[in-house]
Design a protein around this ligand. Structure first.
Ligand SMILES: NC(=O)c1ccc[n+]([C@@H]2O[C@H](COP(=O)([O-])OP(=O)(O)OC[C@H]3O[C@@H](n4cnc5c(N)ncnc54)[C@H](OP(=O)(O)O)[C@@H]3O)[C@@H](O)[C@H]2O)c1
Length: 280
């Protein structure tokens, strides 16, 4: 049996859509949504033995959003409970290798190392940054300007739906992917000018200091400020441009990835229309 954690989140929810009609897949979430999901809360390790009972494969959606010690404690709880429950294989959604400069890389690399040291079989899906994330970081303002401090840098962004599809495929046939680390980044890097043109805006980047002050002024939690600004600086300084050629993403999808620029423009439109839940 396959259990997909984080099934009420963006990535886990999309992965769960691929499981519809399959009797050998169960969903898990903190809230119990969608209906019938097992309660899975890495912050509440007592919820995990029941949730993992009878599970052979765990599609473990990373539970980011927090300081490193919070996130690694969640992931330790999940992997430790999987070991105790007799799970055989963990498929973990990590962060692309070119993301090592990002403030949230440490918790992902710690989790990868924890899996390598585990007796469990594992597969690491090193996800690139979502095109949908660009719609948050680099949304046009009310004056029609994209002001994100991306400089001349570009991001090899990926459609979250493509990452979810790959995650489900791999988790549904885990033995074919045991011990593999896949780099799932986009093929066409996008810069601030590309993004602005796609939403009929102009590109007018602010400085990192201005962006930091603006994020802090929104009342963001302390860890979120470096998270957002750190993502911009990694893009601006050219660390996330990707290899510019097809790779693991296309191979595992068996088709061309969704165009990231279209996904960005669609996500900007959805956010403007209020069709996106806060935090997504
Ligand atoms: N590559 C990127 O661009 C990018 C961007 C943002 C985040 N991420 C990372 O990728 C993960 C999935 O992204 P997403 O788009 O699905 O984010 P999302 O829509 O904001 O959902 C957050 C996810 O984290 C899970 N989670 C949080 N706390 C948890 C806990 N205590 N126990 C178990 N699960 C917990 C949630 O599970 P429930 O459904 O149970 O609430 C949900 O699946 C995030 O958690 C984050 O680590 C990647």
């Amino acid at each position: 049996m396959l259990l997909i954690t984080g099934a009420s989140g963006g990535l886990g929810g999309l992965a769960a859509q691929h499981a519809r009609g399959r009797g050998d897949v169960v969903l898990g979430s903190r809230s119990g949504d969608p209906a019938g999901a097992r309660r899975v809360d890495f912050d509440d390790p007592a919820s995990l033995p029941d949730a993992f009972a009878g599970v052979d494969t765990l599609l473990m959606i990373s539970a980011g959003y927090g300081e490193d010690d919070t996130v690694t404690a969640r992931h330790e709880a999940a992997i430790g409970a999987a070991e105790q429950a007799g799970v055989r294989h963990v498929v973990y959604t990590s962060l692309s290798g070119d993301g090592d400069h990002l403030p949230y890389a440490l918790a992902h690399r710690w989790t990868e190392r924890r899996l390598r040291r585990s007796p469990l079989a594992w597969t690491v899906l090193r996800n690139g940054l979502y095109a949908e994330l660009l719609a948050v970081l680099a949304a046009p303002d009310s004056d029609g300007r994209v002001t994100a401090p991306l400089g001349d840098g570009r991001l090899a962004a990926v459609a979250r739906a493509d990452l979810a599809e790959v995650a489900f495929r791999v988790a549904a046939d885990p033995s074919a992917h045991a011990g593999r680390v896949y780099e799932l980044v986009g093929e066409v890097p996008l810069g601030g000018a590309d993004l602005a043109a796609a939403v009929s805006a102009t590109y007018a980047p602010v400085t990192l200091a201005q962006a930091r002050a603006a994020v802090a002024a929104t009342g963001a939690a302390p860890f979120q400020v470096p998270m957002l600004v750190g993502t911009c600086t990694a893009i601006a300084h050219g660390f996330l441009e990707g290899p510019g050629r097809p790779g693991d993403l296309r191979t595992l999808l068996g088709r061309e990835p969704r165009p990231a620029l279209d996904v960005y423009a669609h996500a900007v439109g959805a956010r403007a229309a209020g069709a996106v839940r806060p935090g997504r």
